[in-house]
Ligand binder design. Structure first.
Ligand code: ADE
Length: 232
């Protein structure tokens, strides 16, 4: 299976960025996924290849033009699901990541400046997606994050499929945060001189007890850090 992402951006040099390394980089080399960038600048107007203009109604910043973005979009042969990365979007969740990773193709629109003309989003039914409640200077890092989260779910990308089913937010973890992890040495003296030992239950060999302990840790952590997840 090949998962393809079309990226509409003014900064194609930002890709594949971090996705060219590690697991996602190897998967890219294998052809498990592919991407192509469309440089929105190529569709700009005049000698300066202008892509933006001042906002109607006044206000700060510049708005990317609907006609320019539409031309860039229409150059994509097989756009698939169209996504506009924006802090105003619906939150990117693991469930949404799972959906996106099962689409054959996506088109990600990365905005700069104050945003893009609303009409092109409406006319082409872009889904607006946010990666969190903070504002980035552009959609590109958000696109890289969305893609990273999808790529690791593609068949064969992660060595151990159990890792995926047990991790935070997964069904296997009850939609909660994951329990803490430990490895050797069992007794570790930190630089402060304190000796920190692994929780005894983990070295007991009692798998039922271990599972129970992990579940309790997950619940405690989730209640403290993300009570919103327990309500779901
Ligand atoms: N572009 C700017 N901020 C963003 C955010 N939080 N999520 C997605 N795209 C963005």
């Amino acid at each position: 299976m090949n998962w393809h992402v079309n990226i509409l951006t003014l900064f194609p040099e930002m890709f594949p960025g971090s996705l060219g390394q590690s697991l996602s980089g190897k998967a890219l080399d294998r052809g498990d996924w592919s991407y192509s960038c469309v440089n929105i600048r190529d569709f700009g107007e005049g000698v300066h290849k202008t892509v933006d203009d001042t906002p109607y109604g006044g206000g700060a910043g510049m708005v990317m033009r609907a006609d320019i973005i539409e031309s860039a979009l229409l150059s994509v042969e097989n756009p698939g699901r169209k996504i506009y990365l924006s802090p105003r979007g619906k939150p990117l969740t693991q469930a949404l990541v799972q959906e996106f990773s099962q689409e054959p193709a996506l088109t990600l629109l990365c905005g700069r400046y104050e945003g893009v003309d609303q009409r092109v989003l409406d006319a082409h039914e872009f889904e607006e997606v946010s990666i969190g409640d903070y504002v980035l200077s552009g959609g590109e890092p958000a696109a890289l994050i969305l893609m990273d989260a999808c790529i690791r779910l593609l068949p064969g990308v992660m060595g151990n499929d159990e890792t995926v089913s047990e991790e935070s937010f997964s069904e296997g973890a009850g939609g909660m945060l994951e329990y803490p992890h430990y490895t050797r040495p069992a007794d570790w003296q930190s630089a402060s001189g304190d000796v920190l030992s692994v929780p005894e239950v983990l070295t007991s060999g009692n798998h039922a007890k271990i599972e129970e302990w992990r579940r309790a840790q997950s619940e405690k952590l989730t209640a403290a850090r993300r009570p919103d997840l327990l309500k779901k």
